[in-house]
Write a protein that binds this ligand. Structure first.
Ligand code: SF4
Length: 737
């Protein structure tokens, strides 16, 4: 008998409501939930992929052990847990906690059980070598938020539903539906800005899908965002368009900023931005003169050479123009789950509290940059990484110089992966522990509600019963934590209680943490029986979620600093502005080099989505976009295979000639390159493509947070010669299989 289940999509930050028509274990259809309080009937093509993964025969259903041949054999859960716990304990006893590194992939951000246990995993292992997908594209934003507002997860949100001027820098929300900006059907929202007489300006080296529908596209040079944004602020200051008294009510240290942005006159940033001074002045004036305006920047700027300064400059522009905390400006969500007590209790938040062993790169929000992994495995000495735990991640494809990491993984003494698939990374694991697919688990959103364009909350029930004998991902993590001697909080003072409770059959569940955070949060009942506030029980009675109202004007209510002011006088940030000022005249590329940037596709987000036939069908998408003039210079034609080379790698790419690229800039999407896993992910293998991270450089890092500079990488393109067919050679590790 068929039934209907309403549930939030967990594939990206937009949190769209889905409607599942289910018959037994079969998904008959995935439709938009028209009554969802947030998405109101919108879904993108990826939403249906949730059902495809449920049915995917390549998805692992039982633990796998790697054999000497490099192939895998199934083993039982008890055997797998015993083996993993024994090896991790041995390595910890022999070499210390830091000898085990952890990599957590992007799906963790959409998994409240895993989020709740994140720090407990690190504590049980005793390691500070923690890395994540966020350390690849978000650390600059986290560091700026930590310093300015007192917490990494306090991120300003552009109020796109009310703004009259939307300045979108280094982001492609038409494709992403927002990043650190939860806004389902953002295309409609941006079109609405124009329909109400407003203006959308997109700044991107590529005329992206978002730029195509904007009023204006500024094809900036990769790496020029920070200088561009600071120049806009400089214009506002130089032309007397700022209200210092108002700024002083919101922030401290503005004088320091004003002094430092003086060198960023539009004429001085032309070389670095590729945008003429007149245009910069005009945009600054438009931004200030519009009835309301909001500046937003995202991955494109975070992955650039001055990502932290660019993220800071975005907030400075909003502040300088009087838009911070204003309706139609840059506002703050008031999320229903108040994660601050947990972050505070576990000491999870901060910046530069410790550094990596080899290159001394700083942690941000508890994570070291993922680019340290290979060198920490290769470099002998105390603290050398000898074991790796990956959770829902594929760093061989998603971190820079992936081939180096691919080879380094074979140096490990032990590796365990908690993952649905054997992929380019997990194929190196000694043991793979596959969790039950997320549809068998309930869901609430801990993170994305903090960056949403409207305050809402929703609980999602499981669509299916968890198959007998399977483990949820949080259960796998918790079992490992217990076997390593820890507990669910990661705090010795509390975990002994949970360990005791477990012995008498009382078990920790993420649901209890969610209930506590909701009840203690801004809309919660505070555990008072007479309160009309929320608790999980009440939330479960609202299948389409609960609307908690629009974003609240003001800034102080979200700031964690005691003085409730934005802190701008932060030495590490001020120094970074000075360094940028000193490098303004430097050209970003070499003579005949092209600059490589990444991009995201509508039907792709995480690399495992490439095993979903519906998401990879049609025209090949892993292609190098090249401007016609650059293609002509290189002697390559549309659809041809060409050779892309730099100091890291030489390999073949398929060229698509497109005038959407700024001349001198080429683009490859991320997450592709599935040759090595083709036997285990057959659909992905049939659409393998190449990995952009074969060319990215793990040693090229941004100065404040040490995040890899993934955009603006100098490369050369040339026609494929008849004898260059082996350019895309296999790495030694790949040769094993
Ligand atoms: S936009 Fe994101 S949340 Fe919405 S359906 Fe697509 S993948 Fe899911």
């Amino acid at each position: 008998m068929s039934r209907t289940v309403f549930r939030t999509c967990t594939l990206c930050e937009a949190m769209c409501g889905l409607k599942f028509e289910v018959d037994g274990e079969r998904v008959l259809a995935v439709l938009p939930d028209e009554e969802d309080v947030f998405s109101q009937g919108f879904i993108c093509p990826k939403g249906t992929a949730i059902a495809a993964v449920h049915d995917d025969p390549d998805r692992l259903r039982t633990p796998m052990r790697r054999m000497a041949s490099g192939d895998f054999e199934p083993i039982g859960w008890e055997e797998a847990f015993s083996l993993v716990a024994r090896r991790l304990k041995e390595i910890r006893a022999q070499h210390g906690g830091d000898a085990t590194a952890v990599y957590m992939g992007n799906p963790v951000a959409h998994n409240y059980g895993a989020l709740a246990l994140r720090n407990a995993v690190f504590a049980a292992l005793g390691t500070r070598n923690c890395t994540s997908a966020g350390s690849q594209d978000t650390s600059p934003r986290f560091a700026v938020s930590y310093y300015l507002y007192g917490a990494s997860l306090i991120v300003p949100v552009p109020d796109i539903d009310h703004t009259q001027y939307f300045l979108c820098v280094g982001a492609n929300p038409r494709i992403s539906n927002g990043s650190l900006l939860a806004a389902p059907d953002i295309r409609k929202r941006m079109l609405a800005i124009r329909q109400r007489g407003g203006r959308v300006v997109v700044v991107d080296p590529r005329r992206s899908e978002t730029a195509r529908e904007a009023d204006e596209h500024l094809a900036i040079l990769p790496g020029g965002d920070a200088a561009f944004l600071l120049s806009l602020v400089q214009v506002l200051v130089a032309e007397g368009r700022i209200d210092r008294a108002k700024i002083a009510t919101l922030a401290r240290g503005w004088d320091e900023i004003e002094r430092r942005i003086a060198p960023f006159a539009p004429e001085r940033v032309e070389a670095m931005t590729g945008i003429d001074a007149g245009t910069i002045r005009r945009v600054a004036r438009e931004f200030a003169d519009a009835p309301s305006s909001a500046a937003y920047s995202r991955v494109g700027v975070c992955n650039n050479a001055h990502g932290t300064v660019a993220s800071l400059a975005t907030d400075l522009l909003n502040l300088a123009a009087g838009r911070m905390g204003e309706v139609g400006g840059s506002m703050f969500a008031t999320p229903p789950f108040d994660t601050r007590p947990i972050l505070k209790l576990t000491g999870a938040d901060g910046h530069a509290r410790w550094h990596s062993r080899v290159r001394k790169l700083p942690e941000t929000f508890g994570d070291l940059p993922a680019s340290i992994l290979a060198e920490e495995m290769e470099t002998p000495g105390p603290g050398q990484v000898r074991a790796l735990v990956t959770f829902a991640g594929n760093p061989v494809l998603s971190t820079p110089n992936g081939r180096r990491l691919d080879a380094a993984l074979e140096l490990l003494e032990f590796m365990v992966s908690i993952d649905l698939y054997i992929n380019e990374t997990t194929r190196h694991a000694d043991v793979i522990l596959p969790p039950a697919w997320g549809l068998a688990e309930d869901h609430v959103d801990f993170i994305n509600t903090a960056v949403a364009t409207r305050n809402t909350v929703r609980w999602s029930p499981p669509v299916f019963e968890k198959p007998a004998g399977s483990w949820a991902d949080w259960q796998i993590l918790l079992e490992l934590i217990y076997r390593l001697g820890g507990g669910p909080t990661g705090l010795k003072s509390l975990d002994w209680l949970y360990r005791l409770g477990r012995r008498v059959g009382i078990h920790w569940k993420p649901e209890s943490t969610a209930d506590m955070l909701l009840r203690l949060g801004p809309y919660g009942d505070r555990f008072l029986p007479w309160s009309r506030g929320l608790n999980l029980k009440k939330l479960k009675r609202a299948p389409h979620g609960i609307d908690l109202g629009p974003l609240r004007p003001g800034v102080a209510h979200r700031i964690l600093h005691r003085d409730r002011l934005m802190h701008l006088d932060v030495p590490v940030l001020l120094k970074a502005i000075d360094e940028l000022a000193d490098s303004l005249e430097s050209a970003p590329s070499g003579d005949d080099a092209l600059l490589l940037i990444g991009r995201r596709e509508l039907r792709s987000n995480n690399s495992w989505m490439h095993n979903v036939p519906e998401l990879v069908s049609g025209r090949a998408r892993c292609v190098l976009l090249v401007h016609p003039a650059d293609a002509q210079r290189a002697g390559v034609g549309d659809g041809e295979t060409a050779v892309l080379e730099n100091h890291i790698h030489t390999g073949e790419v398929t060229v698509r000639i497109s005038d959407e690229m700024r001349p001198g800039v080429v683009s490859l999407p991320h997450g592709w390159g599935h040759v090595a896993s083709a036997r285990w992910q057959r659909t992905a293998g049939a659409h393998a493509g190449v990995s952009i991270n074969d060319w990215t450089d793990d040693q090229r890092v941004e100065s404040v947070v040490g995040q890899s500079i993934l955009n603006g990488l100098p490369v050369r393109l040339k026609a494929k010669m008849p004898d260059s067919g082996d350019a895309h050679s296999a790495s030694p590790a790949r040769a094993q299989i």
